[in-house]
Design a protein around this ligand. Structure first.
Ligand SMILES: [Zn+2]
Length: 270
């Protein structure tokens, strides 16, 4: 029973991810209103907008999705033109937003990722894709490693989220909000998540470009977890549950590529 308990790593869910910093504004025109968005993030932000309009006609329908480029001010969203110019009008909208481009469907499927730790180190995948403890719905990997292990980028990209102020952990949902994590946007639009990182251990700044193999943080056990480990996954942006994807890794001397399997040890000797 004890072994079973120790191996039961509980991880975060997508519910926890930070919300993008995006603002909306409206400008009046002679014949209606135009809506714009300002995206302060280092990655594109997808916006799903639902309009509730009165005596206005939208050029995009009443429900639409727009991808607002990174670091862009006053990006055009929609024109709302008066239907009957003599009458008054009103408008309201609901928005959902998420990091990345939700329209993405093609991504690099043959690229081999680096194991997310330093050369000459070897760790065990404690829980693998669709693992029965907490990965039932995800292609996620839990690398069992002591607190303070150097975590390196599995693939090059831009750091788009970095949370490192948390200190707490526990094995129940009351600790969901205490996860320290980094997210990296790759050149194909996929995003990697590195979770349960050690307090104040991040080595780069938000918006920095990191190369595969760069040490980005130290592993820890923050958040909803029952033991020290690195939780790693790659996903396609989505408004709903993240669409996690399978990724090949370079193993041993780096010339072999493999999907990683639960309970196996993987050496990074490259
Ligand atoms: Zn996990």
């Amino acid at each position: 029973m004890k072994i079973l308990f120790l191996s039961l790593f509980i991880c975060i869910t997508s519910l926890l991810f930070a919300q993008p910093k995006i603002e909306f504004n409206a400008q009046k025109s002679n014949n209606g209103i135009t809506l714009f968005a300002t995206n302060q993030e280092y990655c594109p932000v997808s916006v799903k907008m639902k309009l509730n309009i009165n005596n206005l006609v939208s050029d995009k329908g009443n429900e639409f999705i727009i991808v607002v480029p990174a670091k862009t001010s006053n990006y055009f969203l929609v024109d709302l033109k008066k239907d009957n110019p003599l009458n008054s009008y009103s408008y309201a909208y609901d928005v959902a937003s998420t990091f990345g481009d939700v329209t993405l469907t093609n991504y690099d499927t043959n690229l081999a990722y680096n194991l997310p730790y330093q050369k000459n180190e070897e760790y065990k995948v404690q829980q693998g894709y669709f693992g029965k403890y907490t990965h039932q719905n995800d292609r996620a990997l839990d690398f069992e490693m002591p607190i303070g292990t150097m975590v390196s980028a599995a693939r090059s990209g831009i750091i788009i989220t970095q949370i490192e102020h948390n200190t707490k952990h526990c094995a129940n949902s009351s600790c969901l909000g205490y996860n320290n994590y980094i997210e990296i946007l790759h050149s194909d639009g996929t995003i990697a998540n590195y979770s349960h990182l050690k307090y104040k251990s991040c080595k780069f700044k938000l918006g920095d470009f990191v190369k595969a193999g760069d040490v980005i943080a130290e592993s820890g056990e923050t958040g909803y977890t029952s033991g020290p480990h690195l939780h790693f996954l790659v996903y396609l942006p989505s408004f709903d549950h993240k669409k996690t994807i399978a990724t090949l890794f370079k193993i041993n001397d780096g010339k072999e590529f493999s999907l990683l399997e639960e309970k196996q040890f993987y050496l990074r000797n490259y």
